[in-house]
Design a protein around this ligand. Structure first.
Ligand SMILES: [Zn+2]
Length: 220
């Protein structure tokens, strides 16, 4: 190999100088930031997002009847089944057959019925698209518990179905509720590119950071 001409910096000299190291660290950090997300949704990174908004002005109502309360089993970033893509979803413990109400107005984007309670591989669900393009997912509904049809306009507070125990409920009948910036959710024939986003609710105790797991929340 020809030796480098004198007077010129060698790469190794730059690399091992203090400013060179700083530049290298910056380059590596930039590369990490610019690295494309994994194509596999299961391998993507889903940060836990902090929510801090006045819940009295939230666009969302609790998805059950006024005057009733439900135990919140999973909430923002509480782990377990609500990791990664689903990390900002909520699980409200509910007896099978409990009326489920629309948390926000919109139109039915998807509705799936026909799964049997206790079937862990099949989930009855409703997806409602809101005016801003975001969607709300209501899942684990009971068989025959879908009271809406695709395309139907829905008002906040309207009964849309009944809760159940279909799909992966962990043997705990509950309503899964999550909001997503768009409707591409995994397992619905679309690639999962719209991870859950944190939301709070205006018709219950103040919850600026969202609801907290292992608490009861009453719909006022
Ligand atoms: Zn859930």
């Amino acid at each position: 190999m020809p030796s480098p001409s004198p007077g010129r910096f060698q790469f190794s000299e730059i690399l091992f100088s203090v400013p060179g190291l700083l530049v290298l660290v910056c380059l590596l950090a930039a590369a990490a930031l610019l690295a494309p997300e994994s194509a596999d949704p299961a391998l993507r990174h889903y940060p836990c997002q902090a929510l801090d908004t006045d819940s009295r002005h939230s666009p969302y109502l609790l998805p059950y009847r006024q005057g009733t309360q439900h135990w919140l089993n999973q909430a923002n970033c509480s782990g377990h089944g609500h990791s990664r893509f689903w990390n900002h979803g909520y699980d409200f413990k509910m007896d099978i057959g409990t009326p489920v109400l629309a948390a926000r107005s919109g139109a039915v984007m998807d509705a799936n019925d026909g799964c049997t309670d206790g079937d862990r591989a099949c989930t009855n669900l409703i997806i409602i698209r809101h005016a801003d393009g975001s969607v709300a997912l209501y899942s684990h509904l009971t068989k025959g518990g879908i009271d809406v049809v695709k395309g139907q306009a829905i008002l906040a507070g309207q009964v849309i179905g009944r809760s159940g125990d279909t799909g992966n409920t962990g043997e705990l009948p509950h309503l899964h509720f999550s909001v997503h910036p768009c409707g591409a959710l995994p397992g619905l024939g679309r690639e999962g590119v719209c991870p859950s986003q944190p939301v709070n609710f205006r018709n219950t105790a103040p919850n600026p950071h969202g609801l907290i797991a292992a608490h009861f929340y009453r719909a006022e």
